[in-house]
Design a protein around this ligand. Structure first.
Ligand code: 13P
Length: 334
């Protein structure tokens, strides 16, 4: 796989005014979301829900690609069209979550490391054949008393870099996601420091593992005060802190950065992205790869009548895509 092809895919993922919809919840996570709105977590309900999202009319106006879960990339529409084909036919790039989730980091209470490197080369080869052109791996960095440790940050950065190198070898653009978790009573400065150290470690590891930044996308968390800190940060404050942190850690050769929503409200996720783009020009396109902030309104509506509410739910997906697509240009108006 040539670097040109990887770079072309990466640039298409962050095309102007477009972003990614993350629908790669593991079966355990989607069960939590379904339980929250009273939907039974059967394979057919998961399939029907993912079809609703991916078949949203004109979704590609604002969506360049979607991250799928292993089960989802093997599923099809009710009419038998594989989801990866449906996406490609509609001009959207299929992506796949390839990590195997977080596990306790031995010797470091309260900290986790993401697993999934064993056998990854063969899995990537199969996902490519199934149509995936990018892959995602999420590392989780928790903030608390005396954590994160340098060991946890470096272990996760190492795994991200090993995964990224394997992705590029197999022709997939790695979307590297080191998520600094919002939960906690820390202030925004602490989040800034932890995010800065995490990104420094990540880019050092990517360099050590010969990962080509031109064919890599960063999925970043925003710099925010902890959810139980009682602190309020303005939209401008969050946007300025996040931008400053990224500018001091992320090389300009990276084709783009997309954000996760991480539990922010739909509106906050959009407003923060919009503000960062209004503060530009920035070294890279800044766009979105939201899960909850793209889906929560649709899931709620759909759950009220899963047979009849498909079109209304799709309308909210389109509206969220439109708002975030405009925010990726700094042109969102409330
Ligand atoms: P949220 O936007 O809901 O945080 O999910 C994005 C994601 O893919 C997390 O890995």
């Amino acid at each position: 796989m040539s670097i040109e092809q990887l770079a072309e895919t990466a640039l298409a993922m962050v095309a102007p005014g477009k972003g990614i919809i993350a629908i790669d919840e593991s079966n355990a996570t989607i069960k939590k979301r379904f339980d929250g709105v009273g939907i039974e977590c059967t394979e057919e309900n998961r399939r029907a829900y993912r079809e609703l999202l991916l078949a949203t009319p004109k979704l590609s106006d604002y969506i360049s690609g979607a991250i799928l879960f292993d089960e989802t990339i093997r599923q099809s529409t009710r009419d038998g069209v594989p989801f990866a084909k449906l996406m490609a036919d509609n001009g959207m790039i299929p992506g796949i979550k390839v990590d195997k989730g977080t596990h306790a980091l031995a010797g470091f209470p309260g900290e986790v490391v993401t697993e999934g490197l064993d056998g990854l080369r063969a899995r990537l080869e199969e996902y490519y054949k199934l149509g995936a052109r990018f892959a995602k791996w999420r590392a989780v960095i928790n903030i608390g008393d005396d954590i994160p440790s340098g060991t946890c940050i470096d272990a996760n950065a190492h795994a991200l870099a090993r995964y990224a190198a394997l992705c590029q070898e197999q022709g997939l653009v790695p979307m590297v996601e080191p998520e600094v978790i919002m939960d906690g009573n820390h202030d925004i400065d602490t989040c800034y420091e932890v995010t800065e150290v995490t990104l420094r470690s990540l880019f050092a590891s990517l360099y050590e593992q010969n990962v080509m930044l031109e064919g890599t996308i960063l999925k970043a968390s925003m710099v925010l005060p902890g959810t139980t800190s009682g602190d309020d940060a303005s939209v401008e404050e969050v946007a300025a802190a996040t931008l400053q942190c990224l500018k001091s850690t992320v090389p300009a050769t990276l084709p783009g950065i997309v954000f996760l929503s991480g539990g922010q409200s739909d509106e906050a996720a959009t407003a923060h992205l919009d503000a960062m783009n209004r503060m530009g020009p920035n070294p890279w396109p800044l766009s979105f790869s939201y899960g909850r902030a793209m889906q929560s309104a649709a899931l709620k509506l759909w759950s009220q009548d899963i047979a009849r509410n498909v079109a209304q739910a799709q309308a909210t997906v389109y509206e969220r895509a439109r708002a975030n697509g405009l925010a990726a240009l700094g042109e969102w108006n409330k």
